[in-house]
Design a protein around this ligand. Structure first.
Ligand code: HEM
Length: 187
C-alpha cells in the first residue's frame, strides 16, 4: 500500500508539473488573443483554464497521497506552512510556497467577477512564481530527479516556459482583442 501511495504521489507530482507548464504557455497564448491550432481566442482561454484546474486537482492528489505515505514524513501543517518539514525542509518548503500561491491564484480566479480585472491580473502574475518553485521543489526532492526521463521532461518544460516568457515580452504578444476594443473606444 505504501508503495502505491508513493507511486501515486510521484506520478501526480510529475503530471501536475507538466500541466502547470501547459497552462502557463496557454495563458500567454490566450493573452495574445490569437487562435492556436484552429482554436479561437475563447477556445484557448478555456483550454488554459482546464489545464490549470486539472493541475490543481493533481496537486491535491499529490499532497493527499504523500501525506498518507509514512515514508514521506509529512504533517498537515507542511502543506500550508513552508520550511517546517522533517525531511529536506528547504525543497519541501518551496513546494509549499508554490501551493500557497496556487491556492491564492485559484481562489481569486474563481472570484474574478467579484474582485475585478485589476486584482485578478495582479494576483494572476503570481503564476510566474508558482512554476519555478514547483520545478526546483521537484528536482530537489523527487526520487526521479536526475533520472534521464525526468531531466528530459524538466528541460522540455523549461524550454516551453522560457519560450512563452520571451514571447510574452514581444510587441507581437499584445492582446489583439484589447487593442481592437481600445481603438473602437478612441473612435
Ligand atoms: C505546485 C505544487 C507542487 C508540484 C507541482 C509538485 C510536484 C512534484 C514533483 C514533480 C515531484 C517529483 C516526483 C518524482 O520524482 O517522481 C515532487 C516530489 C515530492 N513532493 Fe511535490 N509538488 C508540489 C507541492 C508539494 C507540497 C506542498 C508538498 C508537501 C508539503 C510536496 C511533497 C512532495 C514530496 C514529499 C516529494 C518526494 C516524493 C518522492 O519520494 O519522490 N509537494 N513534487
Amino acid at each position: 500500500m505504501n508503495e502505491a501511495l508513493w507511486a501515486l504521489g510521484r506520478g501526480t507530482g510529475v503530471a501536475a508539473l507538466v500541466l502547470l507548464t501547459t497552462s502557463l504557455v496557454l495563458g500567454v497564448l490566450a493573452r495574445s488573443g490569437r487562435s492556436v491550432a484552429g482554436l479561437g481566442r475563447f477556445g484557448v482561454q478555456e483550454l488554459h483554464r482546464t489545464a490549470a484546474l486539472t493541475a490543481v486537482g493533481l496537486v491535491v492528489v499529490h499532497l493527499g497521497s504523500l501525506l498518507l505515505d509514512p515514508y514521506a514524513q509529512l504533517h498537515v501543517v507542511d502543506l500550508v506552512v513552508p520550511f517546517l518539514g522533517a525531511d529536506r525542509p528547504l525543497w519541501l518548503g518551496l513546494g509549499t510556497l508554490a501551493v500557497d500561491l496556487l491556492l491564492l491564484v485559484t481562489v481569486v480566479s474563481l472570484l474574478r467577477d467579484r474582485v475585478g480585472p485589476r486584482v485578478f491580473h495582479g494576483v494572476h502574475l503570481a503564476t510566474y512564481a508558482v512554476w519555478p518553485l514547483a520545478l526546483v521543489h521537484a528536482l530537489g526532492l523527487g526520487t526521479d530527479a536526475w533520472t534521464l526521463w525526468m531531466d528530459v521532461l524538466a528541460a522540455g518544460c523549461l524550454v516551453a516556459v522560457a519560450a512563452a516568457g520571451w514571447w510574452r515580452v514581444q510587441p507581437a504578444a499584445t492582446d489583439r482583442g484589447q487593442v481592437r476594443v481600445r481603438r473602437e473606444l478612441v473612435r
